[in-house]
Structure formats: structure tokens, C-alpha cells
Design a binder for this molecule. Structure first.
Ligand SMILES: [Zn+2]
Length: 151
């Protein structure tokens, strides 16, 4: 059953700064999740600017691919690995402040079991607060383990 022990983890100033502007609903879930979590985690992204969307979309795409989606061609970086598969480069829930990306701290992108621990804490917190969220790790295609958004 759910583990109600309160952890001693606290968000760094950097993590807190990345929660600025996100929906108060998802912010409250993230803060409660850190109290419930068995491992420490940090916020790597909250609200995403239009420019950051363009930067992300340009990774792994040519100038003409960018142009086709109204992304200025200066953002094209075809030699980098692709990081987003959005059909509309600006459609991310991060743009409207409805999503956050969380990673284990110390940062470890490779241990998926740690992302699952964070997801369990996020789901428990969301349930407690009666807020519906969706985890990118539960998505059927192109899984996004750090990603959580309001459902
Ligand atoms: Zn995300």
C-alpha cells in the first residue's frame, strides 16, 4: 500500500525556478511527490518557450524539414539526434505550463527503475490531491520517461 513516510528531500533553487509559471495543479503534485518519493529527483523543465520548442524541433532535422513546420531554418541541426516527434512543434504541453520533466538526483538518465520510482510518487501524489496526470513512461509509442502532464 502507499508509503506515507515523509522524505527529507527538498527541491534546489534551480528546480524551484523551473516550476515558475507551471499550472498550480501540476506544481502541487510535484511538490507532494517529492515528499512521498523514496528517491530524490529534480525538475529539468517546466514551462517551455517558443524558442526552446524551435531549438528542440531543429535537432535532427534539415532546414527544409524545419521550414515545412514554420520553424525558422536557423534552428536546423540535422547532425544532432532527434529529441521530439511532435507533429506540431509548438503543441507540447510544456508551452502551456501543463507539463514537467523530472529526473532522478543525482542525475541518471539510464536507470529506468528510478524513473518508475518517481512515477509511483507522482501517481500517489496526484491521487491524494485528486488531480489527473499522465506519465510519458506509460505512453504506448515514443515513451518519455521524465515527462508528466495534466490529463
Ligand atoms: Zn516533457
Amino acid at each position: 500500500m502507499s508509503n506515507l513516510k515523509k522524505s527529507t528531500f527538498v527541491f534546489s533553487k534551480l528546480s524551484l525556478s523551473r516550476l515558475v509559471g507551471v499550472s498550480p495543479k501540476i506544481e502541487s503534485v510535484v511538490k507532494r511527490a517529492l515528499e512521498l518519493s523514496e528517491i530524490d529527483f529534480m525538475v529539468v523543465e517546466g514551462v517551455r518557450t517558443k524558442e526552446q520548442c524551435y531549438i528542440n524541433y531543429g535537432k535532427g532535422r534539415t532546414a527544409s524539414q524545419c521550414q515545412a513546420k514554420n520553424v525558422p531554418i536557423k534552428y536546423a541541426q540535422p547532425n544532432l539526434p532527434k529529441v521530439t516527434w511532435l507533429n506540431n512543434p509548438l503543441a507540447s504541453q510544456h508551452v502551456s505550463g501543463k507539463a514537467v520533466d523530472l529526473v532522478p538526483f543525482p542525475v541518471d538518465w539510464n536507470d529506468l527503475s528510478k524513473f518508475r520510482v518517481i512515477a509511483n510518487a507522482m501517481k500517489a501524489a496526484a491521487k491524494e490531491l485528486n488531480i489527473k496526470i499522465s506519465w510519458g513512461g506509460d505512453w504506448k509509442t515514443s515513451k518519455d520517461y521524465p515527462h508528466f502532464e495534466l490529463a
